[in-house]
Design a protein around this ligand. Structure first.
Ligand code: GLN
Length: 311
């Protein structure tokens, strides 16, 4: 019998010997110096059992995977009104593109491109204040894992994001001219840069993702994190927009809702089945983890977890 444990061990072995690995993000030193050979994977099932392989316990910069969690908080806070500030459509453009904002009057296509995530950050800063929004984000995440204290924000990464974040500043300032950024731009971006600097391991990320696997419940406490309907909306957005202009290819190859980050992490959800986190820092041309995507593709081939599978 092929068990999940043996499947992920053989995937990790395949990835260890892969010749093409992509390149690490190099816009800030803490990402540029990560070893390209790192690989970790964690899978949490509905029974709560966690399977891990490789560097699954090593913390890394989750970057844009954090956009799933900030979106969850803003959606919980604002409900459907949220979609007046950010749309629900794929962009077909790069993660940091500014191009659609002019014709669309400063309303980003979706909450996962940078412009959309900056609007979400603005909403959370309006609600909770610049510093308190960070605490709220950590408070949202920590009850979902069994080692809460170790989830944190790397303030050095956040500082370097700010020092190099000229494109994000341009996006925020541009949206402000349309009235879609409502706080002092520096305050909104300060929170955005801190959320990007969240540090988690695959093991933690897969555990955090369980509320999307269960239709909105925290399996550790039984508490409702969000409504089932909202969880479905977030999964649909992950499927359509979670990998930017690589989202179509990801949906076809993997067939699961997923969200990537330039740190090389991906969170993927098999609804009602599993929450999966994978980390390999080498990126493809769209800024998504190259081997992370391949590992998920293999996992779905072995398990049949694609949401598009008929039987
Ligand atoms: N910190 C990065 C940025 O804002 C996050 C982008 C990403 O992970 N795709 O540009």
């Amino acid at each position: 019998m092929t068990t999940l444990a043996s499947i992920i061990v053989s995937i990790a072995e395949e990835m260890r010997t892969a010749s093409e690995r992509g390149g690490v993000a190099n816009y800030i030193p803490p990402l540029a110096r990560v070893d390209l050979n790192r690989f970790g994977m964690a899978v949490v099932g509905m029974d709560g059992e966690t399977h891990t392989v490789g560097d699954a316990a090593v913390p890394f910069s989750v970057q844009s995977v954090s956009k799933v969690f900030s979106l969850s908080m803003a959606f919980n806070a604002m409900g459907e009104e949220l979609w007046g500030r950010v749309r629900q459509e794929p962009s077909g453009s790069a993660f940091n593109s500014i191009i659609q904002l002019e014709n669309e009057h400063g309303i980003p296509r979706n909450p996962f491109i940078n412009a959309g995530a900056i609007v979400i950050a603005d909403i959370l800063v309006s609600r909770y204040g610049r510093e308190n929004a960070r605490t709220r984000l950590l408070d949202f995440l920590r009850p979902l894992v069994d080692d809460p204290a170790s989830i944190d924000i790397d303030t050095d990464v956040a500082r370097q994001e700010r020092e190099t974040g000229f494109r994000n500043m341009a996006l925020a300032n541009y949206m402000r001219t349309f009235g879609n950024i409502r706080n002092v731009v520096e305050d909104t971006l300060d929170f955005y840069f801190h959320q990007c600097a969240l540090t988690m391991s695959c093991q933690q990320l897969a555990q955090v993702g369980t509320y999307l696997m269960t239709g909105g419940l925290n399996p550790l406490t039984g508490e409702r994190v969000m409504s089932e309907r909202n969880a479905q909306t977030i999964l649909a957005l992950m499927m359509m927009c979670g990998h930017y202009d690589g989202s179509g290819a990801f949906a076809i190859r993997v067939g699961l809702p997923g969200k990537s980050g330039v740190g090389g992490g991906i969170l993927a959800i098999a609804p009602g089945v599993a929450s999966i986190a994978v980390w390999s820092p080498g990126l493809n041309a769209q800024g998504n983890s190259l081997l992370g995507t391949r590992a998920l593709e293999r996992l779905v081939q072995y398990t049949g977890w694609s949401v598009f599978r008929a039987s």
